[in-house]
Design a protein around this ligand. Structure first.
Ligand code: S3P
Length: 182
């Protein structure tokens, strides 16, 4: 583990991994990588289409491959898919080589944020709220176990990004150095 090892943001769908990751990247020299986009680029279709055409198990294989490949990157911040860190093999691939951060957002906030979502395959079902609650409770222990740091994003994505920059002592990009509090 070193100062160049990837920072991996994990947590439930809708917790803000991508938004926070992009802000960290903008304020530091770190490259931003969205794990789902990485998979989509390699497969040439969206995550939704991968689920529709090949099913979840196939997607999880691609996701595992992405975890292994991305673990070897340097100087980047990665937003992982909401399910990625709930598989032991992915945690094993990432825990030694990366700095995993769990963005812990209460279920009620997640439900609100995702109320109109149409792109996430696991949420397209009539009993969405119940299914989401079950999945959330099942996954929470995995996120907590995988993460080296747990952050509770209360004051919006910019403040959360700033908190992570501070905790990990990430050097800021020139022109961003005086923007300490968002
Ligand atoms: C998933 C979360 C999604 C995406 C896929 C499966 C999950 O990513 O990887 O739809 O199992 O929670 P986001 O967390 O970015 O929505």
């Amino acid at each position: 583990m070193s100062d160049t090892s990837p920072i991996v943001l994990c947590g439930f769908m809708g917790c803000g991994k991508t938004t926070v990751g992009k802000i960290i990247s903008k304020r530091t020299e770190l490259e931003f990588i969205d794990m789902d986009s990485y998979i989509e680029k390699k497969e040439g279709c969206s995550v939704k289409e991968i689920f529709e055409k090949h099913g979840e198990e196939y997607f999880r294989e691609l996701e595992h491959r992405a975890c292994v490949e991305l673990s070897n990157k340097k100087n980047c911040v990665i937003s992982s898919g909401g399910g990625a860190m709930t598989y032991e093999r992915n945690i094993r691939a990432l825990e030694e080589k990366t700095r995993i951060i769990f963005l812990s957002v209460p279920l009620e906030d997640i439900k609100f944020r995702l109320r109109n979502d149409t792109k996430r395959p696991l949420l397209q079902r009539p009993d969405r709220d119940k299914a989401m609650a079950e999945l959330y409770n099942k996954r929470l222990p995995y996120y907590n176990a995988a993460a080296r740091y747990v952050i509770r994003p209360g004051n919006g994505p910019a403040a959360t990004a700033e908190k992570i920059i501070e905790i990990l002592k990430l050097p800021k990009r020139a022109g961003q150095r005086n923007k300490s509090k968002a």
